[in-house]
Write a protein that binds this ligand. Structure first.
Ligand SMILES: Nc1ncnc2c1ncn2[C@@H]1O[C@H](COP(=O)(O)OP(=O)(O)OP(=O)(O)O)[C@@H](O)[C@H]1O
Ligand SMILES: O=P(O)(O)OC[C@H]1O[C@H](OP(=O)(O)OP(=O)(O)O)[C@H](O)[C@@H]1O
Ligand SMILES: O=C(O)c1cccnc1
Ligand SMILES: [Mg+2]
Length: 556
C-alpha cells in the first residue's frame, strides 16, 4: 500500500490510498458498453446514475456510509494511462476502431458531477448515497470501482458500529483482524472503516501510519511459551519510575511478591505453585515495558497461574512507582474469568492497600462478535476492553452489502428499471434527498423529491409516501430539514466542492449520527424500520412511468 500520491493535474486531491484503484479496476463489460456508446455517438449523452442499496445488512435497520473519500480520489485522478489503453485494445475485439482509443486517451472526470451523502452518515435503503452525472461512457466505467469502494467500506463500518452499540460507550474496542482479513486491502480497509464506525484503535501498524489510527496491542502466547525458566533473564535491573534509584534484581522482587500473595489469607487459597516460566515471561515483559505492562494470562491456567503471576509482577512494578496496565484473557469463559480476575485485583487493593489496583484493566479476545458481546452483557462481566478480529473484519455475519448503480435519467429523460420483485424496481429521475427531523430532535423520515420540486420547509406539512406501497403514507411537519446529497465533485457546474474531512472527524460525525438515532432503530432484536419516502409528485411519476414501460400481458 503506497502512500497517497499528490495529484499533479489539479494539485489538490491525492490519488486513492490503494494503487490498485485505477480506471482498469472495473468489469470488462463497462469498456464494451463504452465502446458501443461511442460507436453509436451516444457516449457524450448526459446520464444520471444513483448508487444505493436495497436492504440494510446484519438484519439491522441502518447502515453507515463509508468509502466516499476514496471515490473522490479516484474521480479526481481518473486518467487512462497509455499502457492501460494498450491493454484495453488487446482485450477488445480487433474490429474496434482506433478512434475509440483516442477518445479514451482524452477521457477524465472533468465533466462529471458527484453529489453524495457525507461519509460517516447513517443511511437507509433506496436513498441514493451518491448521484453521479456525466457523459454516459465515462460514468458507466465508474460503476464497478465506485461500488467496490463503497460496498465493503460501508459494510465493515456498519459492522463496527453494531459491535460498538452492543459493547456500550464505556468499553475500549480494539480491532485485531489483520491476520484474518481478506488480503492486504481487506485488512487496511477493515482497520480504517472499523475506526470510522466507532472502534478506538487497531493493532494494524500500516493502518496506523496511513491514517493516524491509534495503535494498541498486547502480546501473544508465543511470548509466554518462549520462556522456559526465570534463569533466562540476565538483565534484572530496573530503575524506578522517576529514575532516582535502581532495583538490581527485579526478578527477585516479583518472586517476593508472589510469596506474599500466596501467604495471604484471602488469596493464598486460590492458587498454589504458579507456572514459573510464565512468571519469567511476565517479568521480562515488565522489564521491557515497565510503564505499559499488560500480560496475556491464559497460556497455562488463568486463575491458578496467570492472574497471580501478573499481580506479583504488577506489585513489584508498583514498588518502583509504575502502574501496570492489566491483563488479556483469550480463552475460556470470559465472563466468569473476568469476574474472578476483578475479585483478585480488588482483594489486593484491600489487603495490601494499593490504591486503584481493583480497577486494573481487563481485555478479552477470542472469536468475539455481536452475539458473544451480547451474551457477556447478559451474564455480567468485568471486561474493560474487547479485541475483535475475524468476525469484525471478514463481516462473518453478512459478507456483502449489495449496493447497486442504476441509470435514473438520460438526456433529461427519466428511466426506470422494472423487476418482478418490487423491492428491485429503481426509483427514476434526478432527485434531491432530505432528512426530516421531528420535535424531539430525532430524524423521522428521509424523502426523495424530483430535482425541480419545491424542497420541504421547516414548519410546512409535507406528504411522505412509501415509494411502492400505496397505503403507506404520512404527513410530516419537519422541525429541521437537512439536504443529504452535497456536491463533492462539481465537474463544470461551477458549484462549490465539499471538503473531504480527516478520518477522525468522520468518525466523530458517525458517532454523533448514531447518537441522534432513536434506539429502537438501532437495537439488535426486531429493530424498527426507518421510513424512506418519496414526495406525492414523485410517487405519481414513478407509477406513471412504471405503467408506461411495462408491457401489458395477454392471457389465452
Ligand atoms: N461467557 C461466555 N458466554 C458466551 N460465549 C463465551 C463466553 N466466554 C467465551 N465465549 C465464547 O465462546 C467461544 C469459546 O471458544 P472455544 O470453544 O474455541 O474455546 P476456547 O476458550 O477458545 O478454548 P481454547 O483456546 O483453550 O481451545 C469463543 O467464541 C468465545 O468468544
Ligand atoms: O479471535 P479474533 O476475533 O479473530 O481476534 C484475534 C485473535 O487473534 C489472536 O489469536 P491467534 O491468531 O494467535 O490464535 P488463537 O486463535 O489460537 O488465539 C488473538 O489471540 C485473538 O484470539
Ligand atoms: O495485540 C494483541 O493482543 C493482538 C493483536 C492481533 C491479534 N490478536 C491480538
Ligand atoms: Mg483466539
Amino acid at each position: 500500500m503506497a502512500a497517497a500520491k499528490v495529484n499533479e493535474r489539479n494539485g489538490c486531491i491525492d490519488g486513492p490510498n490503494n494503487p490498485m484503484v485505477t480506471p482498469l479496476l472495473t468489469d470488462l463489460y463497462q469498456f464494451t458498453m463504452a465502446y458501443a456508446y461511442w460507436k453509436t455517438r451516444k457516449h457524450e449523452e448526459r446520464a444520471v446514475f444513483d448508487l444505493y442499496f436495497r436492504k440494510n445488512p446484519f438484519g439491522g435497520e441502518y447502515t453507515v456510509f463509508a468509502g466516499l473519500e476514496e471515490c473522490i480520489k479516484l474521480i479526481a485522478n481518473f486518467r487512462i494511462a497509455e499502457d492501460e489503453i494498450a491493454f484495453i485494445q488487446a482485450s477488445l475485439p480487433p474490429s474496434c476502431e482506433d478512434g475509440f482509443y483516442n477518445y479514451l486517451r482524452g477521457m477524465d472526470c472533468s465533466n462529471v458531477e458527484i453529489h453524495s451523502i457525507s461519509e460517516g452518515y447513517v443511511v437507509f435503503p433506496n436513498v441514493p448515497l451518491m448521484r453521479v452525472e456525466g457523459p454516459i461512457a465515462v460514468v458507466q466505467l465508474l460503476e464497478t470501482p465506485l461500488l467496490n469502494l463503497i460496498n465493503y467500506a460501508s459494510l465493515v463500518a456498519t459492522n463496527a458500529a453494531r459491535h460498538r452499540f452492543v459493547a456500550g460507550k464505556s468499553k475500549l474496542l480494539l480491532e485485531f483482524g489483520l491476520r484474518r482479513a481478506q488480503g492486504p486491502d481487506g485488512g487496511i480497509g477493515a482497520s480504517k472503516y472499523s475506526y470510522m464506525g466507532g472502534f478506538d484503535a487497531t493493532s494494524n501498524v500500516a493502518a496506523g501510519k496511513l491514517f493516524g489510527i491509534p495503535l494498541r496491542g498486547t502480546h501473544s502466547h508465543a511470548f509466554v511459551n518462549s520462556f522456559m525458566s526465570p534463569d533466562e533473564i540476565t538483565d534484572k535491573l530496573l530503575y524506578n519510575y522517576d529514575g532516582s534509584h535502581a532495583c538490581e534484581d527485579f526478578v527477585s522482587l516479583a518472586r517476593t511478591w508472589l510469596r506474599k500473595l500466596k501467604r495471604s489469607h484471602v488469596l493464598g487459597g486460590i492458587f498454589g505453585e504458579t507456572n514459573q516460566s510464565e512468571l519469567a515471561a511476565f517479568t521480562s515483559y515488565a522489564l521491557a515495558f515497565p510503564s505499559n505492562f499488560l500480560a496475556l494470562v491464559d497460556t497455562y491456567d488463568v486463575v491458578r497461574s496467570g492472574i497471580p503471576n501478573f499481580c506479583a509482577v504488577a506489585l513489584a512494578l508498583k514498588d518502583l512507582g509504575y502502574k501496570a496496565v492489566g491483563i488479556r484473557l483469550d480463552s475460556g469463559d470470559l465472563a466468569y474469568l473476568s469476574c474472578e480476575a476483578r475479585k483478585f485485583f480488588q482483594a489486593i487493593e484491600k489487603e495490601f492497600g494499593v490504591p486503584d489496583f481493583g480497577n486494573t484493566s481487563i481485555t478479552a479476545s477470542n472469536d468475539l462478535n455481536e452475539v458473544t458481546l451480547d451474551a457477556l452483557n447478559k451474564q455480567g462481566h468485568e471486561i474493560d476492553a474487547f479485541g475483535i478480529g475475524t468476525h469484525l473484519v471478514t463481516c462473518y455475519a453478512q459478507p456483502a452489502l449489495g449496493a447497486v448503480f442504476k441509470l435514473v435519467e438520460i438526456n433529461s429523460q427519466p428511466r426506470i428499471k422494472l423487476s418482478e420483485d418490487v423491492t428491485k424496481v429503481s426509483i427514476p429521475c434526478k432527485k434531491r434527498c432530505y432528512r426530516l427531523y421531528g420535535k424531539e430532535g430525532y430524524s423521522l423520515v428521509d424523502i426523495m423529491i424530483g430535482e425541480n420540486e419545491t424542497p420541504p420547509k421547516v414548519g410546512e406539512r409535507i406528504l411522505c409516501r412509501h415509494p411502492f406501497n400505496e397505503s403507506k403514507r404520512a404527513y410530516v411537519v419537519p422541525q429541521h430539514v437537512e439536504e443529504l446529497l452535497k456536491c463533492f465533485w462539481p465537474g463544470r457546474s461551477g458549484k462549490a466542492r465539499e471538503e473531504l474531512p480527516p478520518l477522525k472527524l468522520i468518525r466523530e460525525r458517525c458517532i454523533k449520527q448514531l447518537d441522534q438515532m432513536r434506539t429502537d432503530h438501532l437495537r439488535r432484536l426486531n429493530p424498527t424500520p426507518y421510513k424512506v419516502s418519496v414526495s406525492a409528485k414523485l410517487y405519481d411519476f414513478i407509477h406513471f412511468l412504471w405503467l408506461n414501460e411495462a408491457p401489458i400481458g395477454e392471457l389465452q
